[in-house]
Design a protein around this ligand. Structure first.
Ligand SMILES: C[S@@+](CC[C@H](N)C(=O)[O-])C[C@H]1O[C@@H](n2cnc3c(N)ncnc32)[C@H](O)[C@@H]1O
Length: 320
């Protein structure tokens, strides 16, 4: 079932904790958690407060808990998804996720699920709580995200909420099914930029204040890591991208190779090789947005035949 179908089949009026064949695209919890969950004011903007609160506790559920699995979908298209991820989704009775991510799941899997709960961007606390409540109510639930659940994603939040509800990860048989993270998908499209020590930095100040992000960038740029920049740009915080470019340029030469990958593994994939000196000028183009990862080379990174290469150091020991 595609999300186009899910919108037409939305049924927000019935209880869905154990619902069969019901697709629910509403942001209201159906498992007793909605009364104290307020995600409507959250827009993921840095300046807006998020008032999402965890509502029901483990004691509110009588059923034997089902299984909760955090599944990483990889970069985008089904062929980028692991067999294990597909199997975990096929085994799940309920699949929960951000609408864009639900759209990435093959139709034959969503068609077979008993229920799909998808909500628009943000509201990640209430969406994760919904997944947990559905599992506590006895359903086998998969909560999905792009890339890997451990990379700026919901695996940690799920465990934190399970704990705050007085439940246990063991009771829910909680499992993380890894997916290919954006840095690796994008690195592959660029050649071999991540072969030596590398780190990821997110420019989203939704949860981490910008001064903290700036100091982390200074630290990693100064240490010479290859850097994968997640969440590089959004209209609400275009200055974060500018600031990041300034910080990187304070530590690295303007001709340092930079790879920009938009929508790796998706239909709108675009790849651009540029330099650190030029990077800021891409901030106002369609290439750099919330589905873009920017890979900044280290001092040894070079471009060979349109591919970024970061030597691992073999050349210091071997002749070739
Ligand atoms: C909230 S993070 C999620 C990361 C994800 N869990 C992972 O492992 O890649 C979202 C960011 O991941 C990056 N991203 C996700 N999918 C991408 C793709 N297909 N191509 C390029 N970057 C992507 C972008 O930087 C985006 O802003």
């Amino acid at each position: 079932m595609s999300t186009d179908d899910t919108t037409t089949e939305t049924d927000a009026s019935t209880s869905n904790c154990g619902a069969a064949s019901t697709t629910d695209s509403s942001s209201e919890s159906k498992c007793g958690a909605s009364s104290s969950t307020d995600s409507s004011s959250s827009s993921c903007g840095a300046s807006e407060s998020t008032e999402e609160k965890v509502g029901s506790t483990a004691d509110d559920f009588d059923a034997d808990p089902g299984k909760l699995t955090a599944v990483g979908l990889g970069p985008g298209q089904p062929k980028g998804m692991t067999e294990r991820a597909k199997g975990a989704l096929a085994d799940a009775e309920h699949i929960v996720g951000y609408t864009t991510y639900i759209d990435l799941i093959p139709d034959d899997i969503t068609d077979d699920a008993e229920a799909i709960y998808d909500t628009p961007m943000c509201g990640e606390v209430s969406r994760t709580e919904e997944a947990i409540d559905r599992a506590l109510a006895g359903n086998d639930v998969a909560i999905v995200g792009s890339g890997d659940p451990n990379v700026y994603a919901l695996a940690g939040l799920a465990l934190e909420i399970v704990e705050s509800k007085g439940a246990t990860a063991s009771a829910l048989d909680f499992e993380v099914v890894p997916g290919v993270p954006a840095a690796q998908s994008c690195g592959a499209r660029l050649g071999a930029p991540l072969v030596n020590d590398s780190v990821s930095v997110s420019l989203s100040d939704h949860l981490t204040p910008m001064p903290e992000i700036e100091s982390r960038l200074h630290a990693v740029a100064g240490e010479g890591f290859t850097i994968s920049i997640y969440n590089p740009w959004s209209r609400k915080r275009r200055e974060n991208f500018q600031k990041a470019c300034e910080i990187l340029l304070a530590h690295r030469d303007a001709d340092t190779p930079v790879g920009i990958v938009h929508g790796a593994g998706r239909e709108d994939e675009e790849v651009e090789l540029t330099t650190l000196g030029e990077l800021e000028s891409y901030g106002e183009t369609d290439l750099v947005d919330m589905t873009t990862t920017v890979v900044v080379g280290n001092e040894d990174t070079y471009v060979f035949d349109d591919r970024m290469v970061t030597p691992r150091g073999y050349e210091t020991k071997y002749d070739y």
